[in-house]
Design a protein around this ligand. Sequence first.
Ligand SMILES: Cc1ncc(COP(=O)(O)O)c(C=O)c1O
Length: 457
Amino acid sequence: MSWCWDEWVEQALSTLDSMKVLRTLRPIHYSSPKTPPDNAHQVFDDIRQWDRASVEVQIADSTFHTWLQGDDDQDSECQCPKLSRKLLLFSGNDYLGLTSHPAVANAAAKAVHEHGMGPRGSALICGYTTYHRLLESCLAESKNKEDCLLCPTGFSANMAFMTVAGYIGSLSADNKTDCHDGVAIFSDALNHASIIDGIRLAERQGRVHVFIYKHCDMSHLNGLLSNCTMKKKIVVTDSLFSMDGDFAPMVQLSKLRKKHGFLLVVDDAHGTLVCGKNGGGVPEEFGCANDVDICIGTLSKAVGCHGGFIACSKRWKQLIQSRGRAFIFSTSSPVPIIAAAHAAVVVAKKETWRRKAIWNRVQEFRTLTGIPITSHIISLIVGSEEQALKASRHMLKCGFHITAIRPPTVPPNLCRLRITLSAAHTKNDIRKLTFALSQCISLRESGYIYTNVTPKL
Ligand SMILES: Cc1ncc(COP(=O)(O)O)c(C=O)c1O
């Protein structure tokens, strides 16, 4: 049934065409990236010293003391710190440790030497180059999609897509009172803020009905879908939830898609390059890549750079680039960032040890704590804000940079330590981490879906 979506996208395109507002991307030609040879980027077969730069950080002594005293509303001194504290970072999103990879740094340096920052302008004006095009092709291949559209950030990618979804709803049939018309968007209750804001904007175009289903609750979703008489249905979900570390039920979503014919949109911000045998992300991991119509992602997490993307069909791409305001009216990413992101994607594909390493760290954490975590995002719910801050300060004293996640990001009684693992961490790091954690919280009392722990401090 989701073939109907092709038809609706086609209708939207012909409407835009008749209004003469269909837009095309014309890359500015830079010769360097035209055919990068296979060996253009240096790759390594194991963790090296530079990888540690992505997880070893320093903070000034004054920052350390401010943090310990709990003066969280005060900014800390960051100029010329005299004494520095070394900390092991367990709160970043550089999951594969690619930010410090020589191939990534070299690609950025080479591009900056040759082109500076590249043309400054939105992609439709002059900000789109052959570097951007090359990265789009590479991401489309990785996501098993026909094409891909780069956006300035992952946030703007979600905003751009959702507003275009709203536009399709607004284009519905002549009979404006037809209750089967418009578009119905079904969104997981814990979806990322950028999806929520995108939906809010989409709603303003009218004829968009939003249904929030309980987090990962497929029978709730099925019930909502079955009761919905609207033809155009979209289900949107994070693939791996950023604050809870649990996966969307991809296989069940695929089954529901077959049953109800909705367009399946997945935000794979945290799964891209980390999950799936080839790093294609969570849909690849669960064997559902072909059932995902639109795969949105960011270049700021495992890719280790900055920017966002939407992997989709050529027709969807044309629609989003013609109507997605967050894409159209924002300056495209600088060439060195795009060159670096391309190098990172190539390296991640070749250095398969990085994916193995991060999943080994997940397994080690599971074994050492008995907590049945399923991903590299670990959410240890400790309760109140004060308890979470105490736990974070304890970890700081032990040499770990782990931030307490508090309202408004999470509800007041579900404050937590959010720990993220990286391929640049070692087994010994995990041992030290779990030992320090065991001093401040009772790890064995963990729950199943949410990892609830009791504070000891
Ligand atoms: C699930 C999810 N989607 C989108 C984004 C936004 O990505 P970006 O940081 O590139 O704007 C994030 C980042 O925090 C995220 O966690």
